[in-house]
Structures are given as structure tokens and as C-alpha cells.
Design a protein around this ligand. Structure first.
Ligand code: GP9
Length: 413
């Protein structure tokens, strides 16, 4: 509790007692279904090409959900696996090495472990081989009761690296419907992985000819398939009677469109789509959608700035699980008012962050860095008043690293 209090105070916040929190326990006792979208960036939500929505199913979902529209990625070089780790721990990933490669055989305090103590069964699904990103160690370290990988999904309906997202969701739903409730489940999608090539038979959107053979065109088609397969998953969850008694999360794991991968034509197409230059904000913003059927039906867009580390505390609050005494967490519940300080490692040089007002891009020292106004994305000349944020971000990241390094060996072996 003392560490959590210190973390909160470094960001200019206080820990709010559970009884005073908004939306506390709104989804208490429900199943949890987390969908982590591969390479899914926020600008896709609501995007239309030639009047057609790229992600109609997610756009519809947003209307009946809490939609956090100002959320930044915080993954390190472990990309997808870092996003999984962050969702389950609210700890910073390592800035130099994929964390899943360094934490093997540690006993990591995590949400699955706390939910387990609250009677939840916990499981995670991904169609690739489990040893990619060292997940065969990571999942038990995080305390999942069970994981399902290629050995369960087989090799049917291949897209890119493994079986399609439809196989993921449909064969995953077969397990959910038989599972003891309540359960906490994660679905890690994959079909929209770079280079975003989707078979013709799976294409759900007609793009104008100028998109043919471009990375942007392939990205839009792949994410449109992501959306369609999620639409089918939602229908299936409703059919199985699982939808109404669940809390459903969807978020993007990390960016898909790297600046350096965008050639001239792609750059032009993207700028035309966005209506402006591809900014740091466009690059690093991912959507976070929380649906609690029957409770969030009116929909609510939350524009407060946040990051991936905030997902776990936000979910814990709606489940009515108080983690302040149980888990050291570097994120905060985004349903409460707070002052944000979102450290971004690896994708920004060490000390990079987003706060309520700016994105700060460090250089050699604080003063040599660059800062951009979050609203206009214009460069700011005088950002000296944010120096303490820079120092606090470095301190928070150091605290997280040292916490990680002191974790005991796991007893699972
Ligand atoms: C592989 C997959 C890809 O199993 O999750 O991860 P990424 O390359 O996106 O980090």
C-alpha cells in the first residue's frame, strides 16, 4: 500500500478509498473477456474510407461502452507480449529486452492471481506456438490456470503466422461455454500482424484502386477483418448466453504503422485519411473499450489521457476488487479523476512521457528534448515547467525495474 501511495503521489495523485470510487463494482462477479487487438491503432475507430466504415462492429460497440479515446501504448521491445504483461500486472516492461525473456520463472504478482483468490478461473488464448516470446514461462509466471496455443487450435485456416482470428474466437468460445464461471479470459489476436496480408476470401472492405498494393491498403483490410471476426465473436457470446454476464475489454497492443515503413505513396494515403500529418499521437494512441452490458449501454467517451498500465486498475475497480493492498501497480483507475503521467519507454527515448498537456520526447538531457502540445501537436518552445514530470517518470520506471528484479523465483517448477 505504501508503494502504491508513493506511486500515486509521484504523479500528483492520492489513492482513493474503494467506497469513494465511481463505478466501483459495476461489473462485480462477472466473467471477464479481454480482447487484445494486434497492431490496432486508435485512428481506425470511426474511420471511413469512401463513406464506408473500416471497423463497423467496434464502432457499434463503442456506442454502448466506456470508450477511452486518449490512451497511449507503453510497450517495450516485447511488443505483443509486453502488452499482455502490462494488462495483467500494471508494471513497466523493460526498456531494452522483451520482459517475457527476462522474467522467466519469477513469481509475478498479477491480476489473474488476485482473481483466482476471488474464485475466478483464468485462461488465455493465442493461435501461435506458446514458446514465441517465451510465453510458456510467462503464462505460468502470471498465474494463468490454463493457456491455449497452436497445440489446441491446430493449423486450420492459416493467416500469416498461425490460424485465423475466427479460429481463435470460435474455438476459444467452445472452451468458455464449458468453463466454470466466473472466468477471466484473454484473447490475443494475430491475423492483423505486419505485413497485414489477408486472403482475398476474408476481405470485408472494398477500397478504391489507389490503395491496391499499398501497406496502408493492406493494413485497413487486415483491421477490417479483425473487426469482422470480433463481430462474429460477439454474436457467438450472445448465442451462448455469455455476453450479458461479462465485462468485455478491447484494446490495441501496439502500433502497426511505423514511420520508417511508410513509403511516399503510403505516407500520402495516410495523411489524406487522417486529414493531417502522421503525428506522434496518431502513432502511439490505441483504443481502450470497456463494455459492461446492461450498465454501459448509453455509452460514454472518456477523453482523459492514460496508458496501457492503467487498464488493470480500471478493470479491478469495476470488478470491485481492491488491489491497492494486494498489487503494486504503476497505473491508475481511469474512471476516477486523476493527474496523468504516462511513461513511454523504447518507442520514446528513456524519460519520454505523455501528461495531460504534452508529449515529451527526450534527447541528451531534459532541456535538449522536444515537447508537443497534445491538442495541436505543435512543438512547444518553453516546456521547463514539466521537468518534475520527467524526473518522476524516471523514478517510477526505476521503481518498477527494481520491484521486478526483487521478485522471488516461481515455485511452479
Ligand atoms: C506472435 C505474436 C506477434 O506470437 O504475438 O507478436 P509481435 O511481433 O506483434 O510482438
Amino acid at each position: 500500500y505504501a508503494i502504491n501511495k508513493k506511486i500515486a503521489s509521484l504523479k500528483g495523485n492520492q489513492l482513493i478509498p474503494q467506497k469513494d470510487r465511481k463505478y466501483n463494482g459495476l461489473g462485480k462477479g462477472r466473467n471477464v473477456i479481454v480482447i487484445q487487438g494486434e497492431s490496432f491503432q486508435n485512428f481506425l475507430i470511426g474511420l471511413k474510407v469512401n463513406g464506408k466504415e473500416v471497423t463497423p462492429n467496434l464502432n457499434k460497440l463503442v456506442k454502448h461502452s466506456f470508450y477511452f479515446s486518449n490512451v497511449f501504448q507503453q510497450v517495450g521491445p516485447g511488443n505483443t507480449s509486453d502488452a499482455e504483461l502490462i494488462m495483467n500486472t500494471s508494471l513497466f516492461p523493460d526498456s531494452n529486452t522483451p520482459t517475457s525473456l527476462t522474467v522467466g520463472n519469477k513469481d509475478i504478482p498479477s491480476l489473474p492471481k488476485v482473481l483466482n483468490q476471488n474464485g475466478y478461473r483464468t485462461m488465455t488464448f493465442h493461435t501461435d506456438k506458446v514458446n514465441f516470446w517465451n510465453r510458456d514461462q510467462l503464462y505460468p509466471d502470471l498465474g494463468f490456470d490454463k493457456y491455449y496455443d497452436e497445440s489446441y487450435f491446430g493449423d486450420e485456416d492459416q493467416v500469416g503466422m498461425a490460424s485465423s482470428d475466427d479460429v481463435l474466437y470460435q474455438k476459444g468460445a467452445d472452451i468458455l461455454k464449458k468453463s466454470k464461471e466466473p472466468f477471466y479470459s484473454m484473447f490475443i489476436s494475430l491475423s492483423s500482424h505486419h505485413p497485414f496480408v489477408i486472403p482475398d476470401t476474408k476481405q470485408t472492405i472494398d477500397l478504391p484502386p489507389e490503395y491496391d498494393g499499398t501497406l496502408i491498403g493492406d493494413y485497413l483490410k487486415a483491421q477490417s477483418y479483425t473487426d469482422a471476426s470480433i463481430g462474429r465473436f460477439i454474436d457467438r457470446l450472445k448465442q451462448e448466453g455469455l455476453w450479458d454476464n461479462s465485462v468485455i475489454l478491447f484494446y490495441g497492443d501496439h502500433l502497426g504503422l511505423q514511420d520508417k515503413a511508410l513509403g511516399g505513396q503510403d505516407q500520402e494515403l495516410l495523411e489524406k485519411l487522417l486529414g493531417h500529418k502522421y503525428s506522434l499521437e496518431d502513432r502511439y494512441k490505441i483504443p481502450f473499450i470497456m463494455t459492461i452490458p446492461g450498465k454501459t449501454d448509453q455509452g460514454k467517451q472518456i477523453t482523459r489521457v492514460g496508458g496501457q498500465l492503467d487498464f488493470m486498475p480500471t478493470l479491478a475497480n469495476v470488478l470491485g476488487v481492491n488491489i491497492d493492498h494486494k498489487l503494486v501497480h504503476f497505473g491508475q483507475d481511469m474512471l476516477q479523476p486523476f493527474n496523468t503521467l504516462t511513461g513511454i519507454r523504447y518507442y520514446l527515448p528513456t524519460g519520454g512521457f505523455v501528461n495531460n498537456n504534452i508529449i515529451y520526447y527526450p534527447n541528451e538531457g531534459f532541456e535538449d528534448g522536444d515537447a508537443f502540445d497534445l491538442k495541436s501537436m505543435e512543438r512547444i518552445k518553453d516546456f521547463s515547467s514539466y521537468k518534475s514530470d520527467y524526473e518522476h517518470v524516471l523514478e517510477l520506471e526505476r521503481m518498477s525495474d527494481s520491484y521486478f528484479s526483487q521478485l522471488p523465483e516461481s515455485k511452479k517448477n
